[in-house]
Design a protein around this ligand. Structure first.
Ligand code: GLN
Length: 289
């Protein structure tokens, strides 16, 4: 098949499912991934023949896109904070809001001492831990996750981005029985983007998230939505240095509850911060004692 015909077929097949600009961007990403051709090369080579095997890859991508699968899972990668990350269905696709959290931590803690020790809880793809390690080459970075499969992806991403991170498989709700090699460490920074979406919010979520992203990384019970934050704040009592910093990505509807939680747990300089979409999305605090 000619590239031109393939492109037309791709557009026609998806036109009921996505706006044209999105189809264009899917085709560009898939051409880079399957044909190793950038957008301009596609335009210059419209009469190039495309093998049956490659056409089949596009065919398969069309089927997956029709099922609302995120393009990042189809190509198996994404970009976060300017770095490449492998993603699979065992990991959330890193969000722009989380880039803002990384930016916030980098901005504030840059003025701080060297040789920081940092713990990222619920690391997923490793995006927060890896970006912090990249931006703070002398920091010691630890990252934990409950999911073995996510940790495999995170380890691959650490290698891909040439940073050293100590990864530990751990259920944060069972810290006492799990993290033997982290138990004696006091951290300067603890950061987490834990699951925070309540079942009652599922109706606002799009099909691509609901159907394809890992529930384990997203959802909490309606009656205890701060379960992970409470466990982490508790852990910070013993494993965050005094004047150490705690950073969270949060549910936009639970900003005041989060501030309250930190106030009740001996944190000072508590800040609630909005993301670019104008939603309360991040909280930080400094440990008093
Ligand atoms: N921000 C993500 C979403 O809305 C949720 C991330 C999380 O639960 N930690 O899909």
């Amino acid at each position: 098949m000619l590239l031109k015909t393939l492109r037309e077929h791709f557009y026609i097949s998806l036109k009921e499912d996505y706006p044209e600009t999105e189809i264009q961007s899917f085709f560009n990403l898939l051409s880079e991934c399957f044909l190793k051709m950038k957008r301009v090369e596609v335009s210059l080579n419209l009469y190039a023949p495309i093998s049956g095997k490659k056409t089949e890859k596009f065919e398969n991508a069309i089927t997956r896109l029709k099922d609302q699968e995120p393009i990042q899972y189809i190509i198996g990668s994404t970009e976060f904070y300017g770095l490449p990350f492998k993603v699979t269905e065992s990991t959330l696709i890193p969000r722009p809001e989380t880039e803002e959290l990384v930016q916030w931590i980098t901005d504030i803690s840059n003025s701080k001492t060297e040789n920081l020790s940092i713990l990222d809880i619920g690391t997923g793809t490793g995006c927060i831990a890896i970006c912090l390690a990249k931006n703070k080459p002398d920091a010691t970075v630890y990252a934990v996750d409950i999911s073995k499969k996510a940790l495999t992806v995170a380890r691959t991403n650490a290698k891909l981005n040439k940073v050293d991170i100590e990864f530990v498989e751990l259920d944060i709700l069972d810290w006492e029985n799990g993290a033997s090699n982290l138990k004696n460490i006091e951290f300067d920074i603890i950061v987490s983007n834990p699951p925070y979406v309540r079942a009652l919010e599922k109706s606002q979520m799009s099909a691509n998230v609901l159907r394809h992203e890992p529930g384990l990384a997203l959802y909490v019970e309606d009656d205890d939505p701060l379960i992970f934050y409470k466990a982490i704040v508790e852990l910070a009592q013993t494993h965050l240095k005094s004047n150490g910093q705690l950073y969270f990505e949060i549910n936009q509807y639970l900003g005041s509850e989060m501030v309250q939680l930190l106030e009740d747990s001996d944190f000072k300089e508590i800040e609630l911060k909005m993301d670019i979409f104008g939603n309360n999305r991040m909280v930080s605090g400094v440990k008093k004692f």
